[in-house]
Design a protein around this ligand. Structure first.
Ligand code: ZN
Length: 193
């Protein structure tokens, strides 16, 4: 693993790897989420957790970190923006995985991939039936990471299909990236298991 510089979250004051925190920049019209880390200027960092964001989005915390006066955005608005950015990133990664032929979608394709031991990450739709989930878990090793997010309809939309209840990622790097983003999303919203 490559070494990453550490950043302090202005909410909890703990140190994190660069990839684990969200970069904030003071823009001309207020605070900006620099999700792609492309914007320049003095930055503040916050971990993508509700509690930390609430603590970070105060005049005092932002003023200290950015060394200038910034009107803190509304926490709920900020959370929904951040949730939207992370969701967008996940959709992009899924589309990339599909184009690269590193994604299996739907029950039979995922079961085949599991039997061949090719699965790096399993993503279940939250409205997938317990029965289907259980049938797949028979083929799944304990060590395979899995997460529940989106609905069958949303997965279907990303993959140009009708409804997709389960997706398997077959590449380690893409699986790692999707795992990181889904954990970020989990810190922001409550995904029902
Ligand atoms: Zn924090």
């Amino acid at each position: 693993m490559k070494h990453q510089p550490e950043r302090t979250c202005i909410g909890c004051r703990s140190l994190f790897k660069k990839d684990e925190v969200v970069r904030l920049i003071a823009g001309p019209d207020g605070l900006l989420i620099d999700y792609r880390e492309k914007l320049s200027g003095r930055a503040a960092y916050v971990c993508p957790k509700k509690e930390c964001i609430a603590k970070a989005l105060t005049k005092e915390a932002l003023g200290r970190a950015l060394r200038l006066k910034v009107r803190p955005p509304d926490v709920e608005t900020f959370l929904s923006q951040l949730t939207a950015s992370i969701t967008e990133k996940i959709k992009e990664l899924l589309a990339i995985s599909m184009k690269a032929g590193k994604l299996a979608a739907g029950y039979s394709a995922v079961r085949d991939a599991l039997e061949k031991g090719r699965v790096e990450l399993l993503l279940y739709a939250c409205d997938l039936s317990d029965g289907t989930r259980e049938k797949l878990s028979v083929h799944s090793r304990e060590s395979i990471r899995h997460e529940t997010l989106f609905t069958r309809d949303v997965f279907g939309g990303i993959l140009n299909r009708e409804l997709v209840g389960v997706v398997a990622i077959l590449d380690k790097g893409l699986a790692d990236a999707l795992w990181d983003q889904s954990q970020r999303l989990k810190g922001l919203i409550n995904i029902s298991e």
